[in-house]
Design a protein around this ligand. Structure first.
Ligand SMILES: Nc1ncnc2c1ncn2[C@@H]1O[C@H](COP(=O)(O)OP(=O)(O)OP(=O)(O)O)[C@@H](O)[C@H]1O
Length: 298
């Protein structure tokens, strides 16, 4: 488990991380979602002892990262997959990691297989790797010590859809075996595919957190009808907020209530369903719009 308590990081007068608190639970994959510059990397760097916080704390299974004697055996970290030594082969990079952690060489071959890098790919120099291969190698470095906790900054960056599915299955298996996974992304879709729980950050502050299903439910109901104005009026009378969408409304209520209100108002529905990924996307854009940093693409 990772516990972040009122974490704050200031660079001069600029507050990059502002009283951030959340937990990443054991047995769950927690997605850390936010637009560029929101403070994800800073939070993760503090987590693994690379940046000192201005105030607040982070503990990993109850301890400060800096107090871990052989941290690679407890926490697997991937912060920047492009930071690997370009002149070394993938196998050499893993062999060095294994040696540093005091692990047998056999772990290298096992871990290469676990992340789907072939023997011939492992013998290539990293400068000739695609971004997706670098991500796999970075994940291999994080996994080689067989840790219980993974901290991964943008691990899906550069992976194609099949690669993202592969990562989802790998992280799912890791969490199902009792591990804790925290991964960041600025892309909602990646988090939506991979994570169980979601923590949304914007301009250094947490703007939403909960299980994916809770956040999806919070995104309400999509309803399409030939008479959206009448339905909107009836829903407002029932104290339900609505937002117009193409051909209908998004209502801040569950589908059952929206259906009842429509029935009472004699409005014919053409579609009624819980807002799915589209709803979460809208929520993400809404939540981060005010807090997105200038010039940042969400
Ligand atoms: N060493 C530093 N000195 C000054 N400002 C910094 C420093 N490190 C980060 N920042 C600023 O803090 C803010 C948060 O940066 P951070 O890298 O944590 O965001 P992020 O959410 O990881 O974004 P991205 O998705 O773009 O990587 C940014 O405005 C960044 O410019």
């Amino acid at each position: 488990m990772i516990t972040v308590e009122s974490l704050t990081k200031q660079y001069g007068r600029f507050t990059a991380v502002d009283h951030v608190s959340f937990t990443a639970a054991t047995g769950r994959v927690t997605g850390f979602l936010g637009p560029n510059g929101a403070g994800k990397s800073t939070t993760m760097r503090i987590m693994v002892g690379l940046t000192r916080p201005s105030s607040g704390s982070v503990t990993i299974t109850g301890r400060d990262y800096r107090d871990l004697v052989n941290p690679g055996l407890e926490v697997g970290v991937l912060l920047d997959a492009s930071a690997q030594h370009a002149g070394r082969t993938g196998r050499e990079i893993l062999a060095i990691a294994a040696q540093t952690m005091g692990l047998p060489k056999s772990r290298v071959t096992d871990t290469l297989a676990r992340v789907g890098l072939t023997e011939s790919e492992a013998e290539r120099r990293v400068r000739n790797y695609s971004l997706g291969m670098r991500q796999r190698l970075g994940i291999a470095t994080a996994l080689i010590g067989d840790p219980q906790v993974l901290v991964l900054d943008e691990p899906a960056n550069g992976l194609d859809p099949a690669g993202i599915r592969w990562m989802r299955d790998l992280l799912r298996g890791f969490a199902d075996d009792g591990g804790t996974v925290l991964l960041s992304s600025h892309l909602l879709h990646e988090i939506e595919v991979i994570a169980d729980d979601i923590v949304v950050i914007g301009q250094g502050r947490i703007v939403a957190q909960g299980s994916k299903s809770e956040l999806l439910a919070a995104a309400g109901t999509l309803v399409r009808t030939t008479d959206a104005d009448r339905l909107a009026r009836a829903l407002h009378e029932a104290s339900v907020l609505t937002t117009p969408i193409d051909g209908g409304l998004r209502a801040d209520a569950d589908p059952e209530l929206v259906g009842e209100v429509a029935h009472r108002a004699d409005v014919v529905l053409r579609e009624l369903r819980a807002a799915d990924g589209a709803g979460l996307e809208e929520m993400f854009l809404e939540l981060t719009a005010e807090t997105a940093r200038e010039g940042a693409a969400a």
